[in-house]
Unconditional design. Structure first.
Length: 259
């Protein structure tokens, strides 16, 4: 009887240890530099997309940007462990920024004329297409007025934005098209965005100097593309941590502002 009880106790201990390991592993998956977390207006915490606190109104942002703004991790969907890991991530990023600053100091800068246009923007997916009419996940309906659309594929990422009085849409794997907005977005939130130019591409695509004087460090996963970008390409900056090259890019690039 004693031996049987010992076996049961050992099995229960293994189950507890395994469960704790799985919980810790789940928490750690959030803590990458490019991970997106979500904040609700009026709160000072950030959440996972699956959190019960996330309702209709929320804004996505990079984990590093949320920490910089002083947001704390949600105790329900993230937990205290992630705060320690997040602080560690933030210190790592600060060290990397110092190294990048040293690289920038070694290069001469061409004078920059500040120029940027704040725009309305909505990031979503294409829900349905019928010739030149597109229906988006956020409820917007639009008609392409300039450019050949061709085959889109399944549920492509897109960004709908307004420049002046003209609405445009960027589509993943495609380009930017002028459009007529037949129905305004019904769901989701407008995201902070601005139109500007890429002033310089440095350090083999690792550093982007923008036309308004801001400087960004590109995630290593994307430098294979950004090293080929040309100066004076028009760009759309989203949430201050993602960028689309409107002249050459067919995907959204993750980056971190360092100046």
């Amino acid at each position: 009887m004693g031996t049987k009880n010992s076996y049961l106790a050992l099995i229960l201990a293994l189950i507890v240890v395994t469960s704790c390991s799985l919980i810790q592993e789940r928490n750690k998956t959030l803590l990458n530099d490019s991970d997106v977390v979500y904040v609700v207006p009026g709160e000072n915490v950030f959440h996972l997309k699956s959190c019960e606190k996330i309702k209709n109104k929320y804004t996505g942002m990079a984990l590093t940007y949320a920490l910089k703004k002083g947001y704390k991790p949600c105790p329900i969907c993230i937990g205290k462990m992630d705060l320690m890991e997040a602080n560690k991530n933030r210190r790592t990023i600060q060290v990397r920024r110092k190294k990048t600053d040293n690289l920038l100091m070694q290069e001469q800068h061409v004078p920059i004329v500040p120029t940027a246009e704040q725009v309305k923007a909505y990031r979503t997916k294409i829900y349905k297409e019928e010739r030149d009419i597109l229906q988006l996940d956020n409820g917007a309906i639009l008609e392409i007025t300039y450019g050949y659309l061709g085959f889109l594929g399944f549920r492509k990422d897109c960004v709908l934005f307004q420049s002046g009085s003209i609405w445009k849409i960027w589509i993943e794997g495609k380009k930017v098209y002028n459009c007529n907005l037949l129905k305004y977005p019904q769901y989701g939130q407008q995201i902070p965005a601005k139109l500007l130019y890429i002033h310089e591409v440095k350090v083999d695509g690792k550093i982007l100097v923008m036309s308004d004087g801001s400087i960004y460090e590109v995630d290593d996963l994307y430098t294979i593309d950004t090293r080929l970008w040309l100066a004076m390409s028009k760009a759309l900056l989203l949430n201050d941590f993602q960028i689309i090259n409107l002249d050459e890019g067919n995907e959204i690039i993750d980056l971190i502002r360092i100046k």
